[in-house]
Design a protein around this ligand. Structure first.
Ligand code: AMP
Length: 250
């Protein structure tokens, strides 16, 4: 079966996020950008399916600025066969991404689309669900295990206090959780080979989708600063402070 994975370019998870002075968003200029960690897991799962023969082709898709080509080259170095960039400088929100993915799915006709459960920049956790709804396809979200069958796929999901396994009829949409797999690193020869793999560029207009945002970010703020702690001289003093100051003991 053909598998499509969605990969988003986000601020690297190791970077200390700085809010812009005018509070309109977070600083992305001169900041290290990487593939969204949940999308690395999505690519890894697709590559494993490709290696085991379950998948016949793995196509990686990204949407955003020209720089997303770098993210797609990473996906190609990890094992994707080809890539598609929907290039736009418009700020993309999940609904626009889902609509554009829908058009690409109709063109590419994959049987499985794998996305991250959430992008670590907007923390929306919406795109996979919206895509499944727009396509009218079944969805298995927060997957910690994927077991392909014949014309079906079983997805084990992490839910409060346990695991749930759902059986989906293909074609389907799956979103990845952290424990699904441990992504590999791209080897140098594969990074070189990835430069020659096909990467098509299209625009939202060519897909017939208006990517304009529907929501306006009013304000982005830093979390409140943590107050400095105090040292106590004894257990008695700690208990007394917990009682009288923190009021967490009676
Ligand atoms: P979100 O709903 O924004 O938390 O994103 C969930 C998932 O949708 C991500 O992990 C990606 O797999 C996919 N996605 C979101 N935005 C993009 C984008 N601009 N390009 C490619 N994939 C995206």
């Amino acid at each position: 079966m053909k598998v499509l994975v969605a990969v988003k370019r986000v601020v690297d998870f190791n970077v200390r996020i700085r809010v812009k002075a005018d509070k309109t968003g977070v600083e992305t200029a001169n900041v290290k950008m990487s593939m969204n960690p949940f999308d690395e897991i999505a690519v890894e799962e697709g590559v494993r399916m490709r290696e085991s023969g379950v998948a016949t082709e793995l196509v990686a898709v990204s949407m955003g600025s020209k720089a997303c080509q770098e993210t797609l080259r990473t996906a190609l170095a990890l094992g994707a066969d080809r890539a598609i960039l929907v290039e736009t400088d418009v700020e993309l929100q999940p609904l626009a991404v889902a609509k554009m993915l829908k058009v690409l799915v109709e063109r590419e006709k994959p049987e499985l689309v794998i996305l991250g459960k959430q992008a670590i920049d907007d923390d929306c956790n919406q795109t996979g669900q919206m895509l499944a709804a727009l396509l009218g396809w079944p969805q298995g979200t927060f997957a910690s295990k994927i077991t392909p069958g014949t014309g079906t796929i079983d997805v084990t999901r992490e839910i409060d206090g346990g695991l749930e396994t759902v059986g989906l009829k293909l074609p389907a949409v799956v979103t990845t959780d952290l424990r699904l797999n441990t992504p590999r690193y791209a080897s140098l020869p594969n990074i070189m080979k990835a430069k020659k793999k096909p990467l098509d560029v299209v625009t939202p207009e060519a897909l017939g989708v208006d990517p304009a945002p529907r929501l306006q970010t009013l304000k982005v703020e830093d979390p409140p600063k943590r107050k400095s702690g105090v040292k106590v001289a004894s257990v008695q003093e700690l208990v007394q402070k917990l009682r009288t100051e923190a009021k967490v003991l009676r």
